[in-house]
Design a protein around this ligand. Structure first.
Ligand code: AMP
Length: 500
């Protein structure tokens, strides 16, 4: 299904967010920031915020709701200045704790700071405790404020680049950040590049954004991804930018799930167009586990690109891998599941019963496309199994003779700690079940997932350069109680910034 809209559960805080920053020559930054946030709305629907700086003073507006609801004309006009940052945040159940909404903004002795964060630190408590013992008072329990305070402290003693470097040496976990320090806008990506961040050129300035689709929206041009461990500093007059490779981890841990599910298909992330990666994953899905059936239908919206690749490959070869005969039409692609676009987003579903109802509110099969036919349903992933179970049942009720499920990702066996809202381990249908057990539970005639190797091949990356935590249970960061898939160490710090 579409990002953010469907798989909504408990009430733990989430950091599945979209961020942006712009620096312009002499135009107000607020409209470009506002439009960019619209382009990133799929990355978070709970709250939206913008912080700008007019050369003298910082301005901030953060509100609950979708971008279109969070800002009215007055709010937009109040955000003066040609530099600024923005943020959209993922929904949580219950009331919004506004102190966790972003961008976080603070004024301190050596100026003002605004921070937008996508990702999740695993040592925020340690850093917070240490800052508290040094006299810092916190207004929220979010990671972002921890980063802001750490940076503010460093900035009292050193220049911006050193301050960022020292903070990067102390925080551990995933982070893409856009930051305002007075009227200077910065972009930072964690040393493993877990969450995306890219840099673009506008006619009259520069932009940093979670996804390149936001740059397109501003008529800008994607320059490149911000590199893992890199700091990009936009000049306040929009004339240029400087970059500093502050940390070189030697390997990366890009989140493969951005390409599978989370990002927009029209975004280019870490060098690959999400749409093409999804089509390629679909092709590989056919090659690995194609099943002959009368129709292939995607689960809208995220299954579409997978299904189109799958059907393309199915036209070339049979499920056995032999070239398809010219008079064999292969399988037919059908948009057989209709989606109600008005359900979802902030539709909170705390119970399993409500989740099941929500699938039926959201998706309905077109009877004539499935009646009397063998059907393959393609989705990008299975989390709890609610969607697949409901869909198999719906499609059978609509008269399908057989229902096969094909999934464009490996089984999700473990939670994500770094910015994607997966369910808890207990809730994940694949956490302790074999594929055959899952097939039985969702009552499909057959079920197959994609292999991890196929994911790495489609991303043209080695397994060692991806974060595969949710499909292997081994993580690239040192999460308490979990195993790691590489040599990583939580930073040890004494409170005194380390020497260079
Ligand atoms: P589930 O019904 O719990 O198995 O969730 C699977 C469905 O939710 C699929 O249709 C996915 O497209 C979608 N999905 C996968 N991951 C997420 C996520 N992190 N947040 C929201 N929806 C998701």
């Amino acid at each position: 299904m579409e990002p953010g809209g469907d798989h909504i559960d408990g009430d733990e805080p989430r950091e599945k967010c979209g961020i942006v920053g712009v620096s312009l020559t002499d135009r107000a930054a607020v409209r470009p920031l506002y439009y960019a946030l619209y382009a990133l709305q799929h990355r978070g629907q709970e709250s939206a915020g913008i912080v700008t700086h007019d050369g003298f003073q910082q301005h901030s507006h953060v509100e609950r709701g979708l971008v279109g609801d969070a800002f009215d004309e007055r709010a937009l006009e109040s955000l003066a200045g040609s530099t600024g940052i923005g943020h959209v945040r993922y929904p949580t159940a219950g009331s919004l704790d506004k102190s966790c909404a972003q961008p976080f903004s603070v004024s301190f002795k050596s100026g003002s700071l605004g921070l937008s964060h996508n990702g999740n630190l695993v040592n925020a408590d340690e850093v917070r405790a240490e800052l508290e013992s040094a006299g810092h008072a916190f207004t929220s329990d979010g990671d972002t404020e921890v980063i802001a305070h750490d940076l503010a402290r460093n900035l009292l003693e050193e220049d911006l680049v050193r301050a960022v470097k020292h903070t990067m040496g102390r925080i551990h976990g995933s982070y893409s950040l856009t930051i305002t320090h007075d009227d200077t806008v910065l972009g930072v990506r964690d040393p493993l590049g877990n969450r995306p961040l890219c840099l673009g050129k506008l006619e009259d300035g520069y932009v940093l954004a979670s996804e390149s689709a936001a740059i397109d929206t501003l008529d800008g041009e994607l320059i490149r991804d911000v590199k893992p461990g890199e700091l990009v500093v936009l000049e306040p007059d929009g004339a240029g930018y400087d970059t500093y490779q502050l940390v070189d981890a030697g390997s990366t841990a890009h989140c493969f799930f951005e390409h599978v599910y989370f990002a927009r298909p029209d975004s280019i992330i870490d060098g690959s167009l999400v749409y093409e990666v999804r089509r390629e994953l679909g092709r590989k899905l056919w090659e690995e586990s194609g099943v002959e059936s009368d129709v292939v239908m995607p689960v809208p919206d995220s299954g579409r690109a997978f299904a189109s690749g799958y059907v393309d490959a199915a036209h070339e070869t049979t499920a056995d891998g032999d070239p398809r005969a010219e008079d064999d039409g292969g399988v037919e692609f059908a948009e057989g599941l209709m989606k109600n676009r008005y359900v979802g987003r902030t539709f909170i579903m705390p119970t399993q019963d409500e989740r099941e109802r929500a699938v039926r509110l959201k998706l309905n099969p077109i009877r004539s496309t499935v009646e009397g036919k063998t059907v393959t349903i393609i989705d990008d992933s299975i989390v709890r199994g609610t969607t697949s179970t409901q869909l198999v049942e719906l499609v059978r009720e609509a008269g399908a003779e057989a229902v096969h499920m094909r999934i464009g990702a490996p089984p999700i066996v473990a939670p994500c700690y770094f910015g994607i809202d997966m369910a808890t381990r207990e809730e994940l249908i694949a956490a302790d079940r074999s594929v055959e057990e899952i097939r039985e539970r969702i009552a499909a005639d057959s079920l197959a997932y994609l292999s991890i190797d196929a994911v790495a091949a489609a991303l043209e990356a080695s397994r060692a350069d991806l974060c595969l935590g949710c499909v292997t249970g081994e993580y690239p960061f040192d999460v308490e109680g979990e195993t790691t898939d590489r040599r990583v160490e939580r930073p040890e710090f004494s409170g005194v910034p380390a020497d260079d």
